[in-house]
Ligand binder design. Sequence first.
Ligand code: ADP
Length: 360
Amino acid sequence: MKLTDIEPFKQIKKRFNRRNFKKRLVKLELFTEVIPDGVVLLDERYLIVAANDSAQRLLGLPDSAIGEPFEDHVKVPRLRNYMRGEAANKEPLEFTSPIQKDSVLESRVFDVDQKSRAMIIRDITTLNRLLTMRQSFVANVSHELRTPLTVVKGYLEAMTDPESSDDLRLGLIEKLVAPVARMESLVQDLLLLTRLESNPVPPDMHEVDMASLIRNSNHEVQGLLRKKDTLTIDCKTDKKILGLPKELHSVCVNLISNAIRYSPDGAEIVVSWEDAGDDKARLSVKDHGLGIAKEHLDRITERFYRVDMQESRGRGGTGLGLAIVKHVLRRHNSELKVESEINQGSLFFCEFETVERSLR
Ligand code: ADP
């Protein structure tokens, strides 16, 4: 069967004169070749009448497949049954690519007329990955909230027990502070991360004096420092950058508080702001703490990824700090770099273009 024998084509042909029809046909052919979705046209015996480039690529169909049975070339039994079933109102079929085992494809089948069917094939690997990520994100958030909630519930039950003494009740009220604070910082981090991911970078970037911003962040983390810890701020340049002060502040606070939290008592932390040549300046936070093994370095900026869950929770972490840092830096055309060695310490750093360079 020829493409032009199909009923919808005949109707189009009726509406246009011969010349226009040819032009439209060429355009249609071009269109089917450029769309990323695969289109396969099948006749009543499921022989392939036509297949665009994308269909050939997604299903591994050779040019010679035209005119031959679809099933001879695509050996996916589920797709075969789906293709032969009722076309109307059918849910799309998801199946593993016959030529690439880690790709997921989706197919839909439509009746073109009584004698032919069109099959549309889409690569949904990325979409599937995003859905899985969303599901695991929701599962992670629920899990993170459940732990402090269970603690709060337990304390409240003990408090409402008529047998509990007033002294015990007072003691329990104090114990509620930590899990409630934990839930609060988790919710704050989640809201910030969502804002960073969904809001575009605002057009009004400010000129930011990084040296004073770093000094201000230093004040905020003072409460985390233990008696023997030392935190040195070393600003060697007064270079300014264009940026969003609140977001840059959260970068500094997250990196410095991690340096404190993942160092044993007597931590020595140095935060520097220095010239990095070529109209660039570098922010770095160095500690001599626990360090991070190589195999974790690529993953620590993923949401909720921790090298050691107990360690992070015990130190008041939400698992979102470095994900926030990564997003903020991306919004400032920068990226987080890490050098670390187990039990030797870590160096987190990033470079920014200075105002002069950004305005050029
Ligand atoms: P958390 O709230 O758990 O600290 P982050 O996103 O800030 O979450 O960090 C992710 C993980 O990276 C931490 O759980 C920890 O394992 C590791 N990490 C981050 N900063 C440091 C550091 N300075 N030293 C050692 N490990 C670190």
